[in-house]
Design a binder for this molecule. Structure first.
Ligand code: SAM
Length: 223
């Protein structure tokens, strides 16, 4: 069983993505457990304030350290071995290798920011800062969901065909998946490559390897 905790101001964000397709199957099958911890529950004042204006001036609001750090402590208390990941555009980039590493850990806590982001001192209480890429999302929730989804599909028994994850893009460093085709054989004048209809599995494997290689070179800018 893989355990995930999500520290968030919007637990309802996760209801729909976790209730369909592969994540739902993994949860229903007892392969994954996901708990949301509401950061606002750890606010100290009667208005449950979780953000405040930035020292030094400037636009937007900053997430306050007290409730966020209290929520992290709660997550660590529930699961002392958990690995706490702060979602932030300033973090190291998320990759397939990182997803595999998280699978091996067996437990993950994903900390989602909002507004202008976190008070910088919160960084001292997390194990890692992770970015989904060089763009800015409105909140850490979509980033956390992407990380969780990438991890869940790698867990043993989650995918219908265990081969799928092994053959996916990035399973080998920098190598992309080959092109896939299904019926009809001709769509708007575009034919499925003849080799895939040949029944010659050795030739099909060789063609796919070439396609993967060419596509990987092309998209990495080396071709
Ligand atoms: N002011 C921040 C900056 O420019 O780096 C952006 C804050 S963003 C509007 C609010 C929250 O969304 C962040 O605290 C973070 O949790 C999340 N977020 C936004 N972009 C992200 C990305 N590329 N990767 C991971 N998390 C991201």
């Amino acid at each position: 069983m893989f355990y995930a905790q999500i520290l968030t101001l919007f637990p309802e964000f996760f209801t729909s993505p976790l209730s369909c397709s592969i994540p739902k199957r993994a949860i229903d099958g007892g392969m994954v457990s996901v708990d949301c911890i509401q950061i606002r529950d750890f606010a100290l004042d009667k208005h449950h304030k979780v953000d405040d204006s930035p020292y030094g001036g400037g636009p937007g609001m900053v997430m306050k350290p007290e409730p966020v750090v209290a929520a992290i402590r709660e997550a660590r208390q529930r699961h002392p071995d958990t690995h706490v990941v702060m979602l932030t555009p300033s973090g190291t980039h998320f990759t397939q290798d990182r997803a595999l590493e998280y699978v091996d850990r067996g437990h993950l806590t994903l900390l989602c920011g909002r507004y202008e982001g976190f008070d910088e001192r919160i960084c001292d209480y997390v194990d890692e800062q992770l970015s989904l890429g060089d763009y800015v999302l409105s909140g850490g929730e979509p980033a956390a969901m992407c990380v969780l989804d990438a991890v869940v599909r790698l867990l043993p028994g989650v995918l219908g065909s265990p081969e799928s994850a092994v053959l996916d893009s990035f399973s080998e460093e920098g190598i992309l998946d080959w092109p896939h085709y299904t019926r009809p054989e001709v769509f708007e004048g575009k034919r499925v490559p003849g080799i895939l209809l040949s029944g010659d599995h050795a030739a099909i494997d060789a063609w796919r390897r070439v396609q993967s290689g060419e596509r990987s070179m092309e998209r990495s800018g080396k071709k």
